[in-house]
Design a protein around this ligand. Structure first.
Ligand code: SAH
Length: 213
């Protein structure tokens, strides 16, 4: 079956999670098969995580959709992602940010260059991949309207909330092995909403986990 047919079928299936039309359209515009290793191409439009090497995974499409929907990314926004991996989630956020920009931080050099190549193949121009410890955020381009964390964090990190604009939102999985997904809004303090259980690879770094096993 052609990739486009498979992609459309996947997007239709995501409706069961009550995903907004804006996010579905953004996901329809991004060819996920360009973001997975050659050996996984045929599985690119199945709704589960896939290995991208270095013991890391590209998140399941429904997880990307749910996180993008909760984050409510609008045209022109300045967005930060922690954990670029394949670059796919950043690409979907870049489609939503339109004239805005997505900065995505990755600690593993190999994956950062994998993400850059994939984003180039997909023709995305408003994404920058940077090799850094994302547990410290990315102060150079702060403040951000939105921050999306794609790795399990020990807590709602102050390094990240400090880099949010007033009214800005952060989405972050918190916990070891199994996590609760938190949506945090910065308004006269921090409004924290638990959005359900998830499973992510660990955030490794100064403010991340050093003892995952
Ligand atoms: N968003 C990705 C999937 C991310 S998997 C995608 O769409 O494919 C989580 C990623 O977070 C992994 O690539 C891992 O290397 C990275 N990571 C873990 N700790 C990090 C840190 N402190 N800073 C930056 N990246 C980190």
């Amino acid at each position: 079956m052609e990739f486009e047919v498979k992609r459309n079928r996947l997007i239709e299936g995501l409706r069961q999670h009550d995903i907004s039309e804006r996010v579905l359209a953004a996901m329809k515009s991004i060819p996920r098969h360009l973001f997975v290793p050659e050996s996984e191409r045929e599985n690119a439009y199945d709704d589960y995580p896939l290995s991208i090497g270095c013991d890391q995974t590209i998140s399941a499409p429904h997880m990307v959709a749910i996180m993008c929907d909760l984050l409510d990314i609008q045209d022109g926004m300045n967005v930060l992602e922690i954990g670029a991996g394949s670059g796919y989630h950043a690409a979907v956020m870049a489609a939503l940010a339109g004239s805005g920009h997505v900065y995505t931080v990755e600690r593993i050099e190999y994956l950062a260059s994998f993400a850059r190549d994939n984003l180039k193949k997909a023709g995305l121009k408003n994404v920058t991949v940077i090799v850094e410890d994302g547990s410290l955020g990315l102060p150079g381009f702060a403040p951000y309207d939105r921050i999306s964390v794609a790795a399990a964090s020990p807590g709602i990190l102050e390094t990240l909330t400090d880099q949010l604009k007033f009214g800005g939102k952060l989405i972050i999985p918190v916990g070891k092995h199994y996590q609760e997904l938190y949506l945090v809004t910065k308004i006269n303090g921090l409004k924290k909403e638990a959005k359900g259980g998830v499973v992510f690879v660990p955030l490794v770094g100064k403010k991340g986990y050093s003892d995952w096993i």
